[in-house]
Ligand binder design. Structure first.
Ligand code: NAP
Length: 213
């Protein structure tokens, strides 16, 4: 079992924290240190809370579930804490439209994952799970069409470790599509462009952008 640190205690981070804790992993959910005293919110049994720096320092594997448009600065500041570790990036780096839904990419012609890998050379960045609504990440079997979890990353061992973690979330190996090195993340990050149009038509009905064969 791994010690998984999750940065960002929003919909994605909380959902992943609960699922990994239920699978028996030690989970620390990293929240911004807002200086507010008092107990952290309850997110479930087996989930610990810490600030982002402590979360990154103490975990073996770190998941970025914070807003993608500001992730590069945030994670670069944690370079020492992330050294030698796997960074699983599930974020989307987008600029919002007027209705708050993703409107455009922050890094057209590239990707956040590539920027993170360049800024964190001692960390193994693996991009995955950013191509679906958050509830699908932890219940891939709930869709009538089997969804795809894409993987992008330069380190084969890191991708193998992440594939095993996806298995703990219910992903069958045949539904995990390893696209290759971290540069392939520009393809899956661009898939976000379809998402706002689907949401405007169907609301937050669970879906994933998947491969059909
Ligand atoms: N929602 C989805 O279905 C979905 C699907 C695929 C990918 N994603 C991506 O996953 C990431 C998280 O999405 P989400 O829906 O969970 O968003 P969210 O509900 O808004 O949560 C993001 C969390 O990040 C933290 N945060 C926000 N601003 C921050 C800042 N300036 N500095 C540090 N921490 C900050 C906040 O947690 P604290 O205040 O507790 O620290 C917040 O709860 C995004 O990059 C999104 O594009 C989302």
């Amino acid at each position: 079992m791994a010690h998984i640190g999750i940065l960002g205690a929003g919909r994605v981070g909380t959902n992943l924290a609960r699922a990994f804790a239920a699978a028996g992993h030690h989970v620390t959910l990293g929240r911004r240190d807002d200086g507010e005293p008092g107990a952290p919110p309850a997110h479930g049994a087996g989930i610990h809370h810490a600030d982002h720096r402590t979360t990154a320092r103490t975990a073996d594997i770190v998941i970025n579930a914070t807003p993608g448009d500001t992730s590069l600065e945030r994670l670069t500041a944690l370079q020492a804490e992330l050294a030698g570790k796997i960074l699983v990036d599930v974020s989307n780096a987008t600029r919002d439209d007027a209705d708050g839904l993703p409107g455009d990419l922050c890094y057209p012609g590239g990707s956040l994952a590539e920027r993170l890998q360049a800024a964190l050379p001692d960390t193994h960045v693996v991009k995955t799970l950013n191509t679906m609504l958050f509830m699908v990440m932890t219940s891939p079997g709930s869709l009538s069409t089997p969804p795809t979890a894409y993987l992008s990353g330069d380190d084969e061992r890191a991708k193998k470790t992440v594939t095993a973690l996806l298995g703990d979330l219910g992903w069958q190996p045949g539904r995990v599509e390893d696209l290759g090195g971290v540069t392939t993340a520009r393809a899956t990050e661009a898939m976000i462009l379809v998402v706002p149009h689907v949401l405007r038509r169907h609301g937050f009905e669970p879906f994933a952008v998947s491969l059909a064969r």
